[in-house]
Design a protein around this ligand. Sequence first.
Ligand code: SIN
Length: 289
Amino acid sequence: MTQFHIQKLCPILGAEVHGIDLSNSIDDETFASLYKAWLDNDGLLVFKNQCLTPDQQVAFSRRFGPLFGEADQFQETVLKYLLPGQPAIFRVSNKLKDGEPQGRPKAGNYWHSDVSFRAKPAQASLLYAIEVPASGGDTLFVNMYAAYSELSSGMKDMIGNLRAIHDFAVAAENSGTYTADQLLQTDFDGQNRHIHPVVITHPETKRQALYVNPGFTAAIDGFASAESEPLLNMLYNHALRHEFIYRHRWEVGDLTVWDNRSLMHYAVVDYEDSRYLHRTTVIAETPSQ
Ligand code: SIN
């Protein structure tokens, strides 16, 4: 067992991990302690000063579960951003090489929970910083356990049995970068649209969390849009209180691991310098109430 040290990032969520070198293989006991620390800190760990090859990142990510790009395909629109030779790594970058994008530019520039439009969405996402801007390019995380727990009992009763439609087309349309043809191609016969409970029970912590996000949630199932939109906007305004948010300022060598079942995140696009990161994405079980 490797001894490591945990330091809280802020009162509401997250912790930094020191004393672990993820380029070495991690024994089962150490991994079990890291996993517990991840759950105990509401689903965000930041490993500092890492130096990881793509294969080492993939090997560590597989400890959390099966990966998109291996056990299931990513949506069509991101396939061109996968790392050549390592399809489990999705490149996030504003860099160009010979006119070709080196990753998805402006990825995640909206509040979302990764892949929530699939029946089996994302459990953990692991994002490794290889190049970061001198300033800017931060990622924000919001605690959806806290957002749920701070709702009134009346609102909890009202939303407790509701379900919401999640649809990749919501993000694709909002980003304005995809044509109608691309949206159809990306649909995989309806694979990128799914209905999930508005309130989920985390399968491991058994805590309840809000599970709707502005990036991918199209509507509350069975509601007219005049009913659904105000309700979703109220939930988003409530969830996005500053008290529930941690803002991560990236340094080269950071590996963040976040839990999409308890957090939403937002990538701030306010920089011009190069930003280049590798993301691996673990497949979750279908969320339940
Ligand atoms: C993402 O949403 O996966 C991208 C996050 C980031 O680039 O900070």
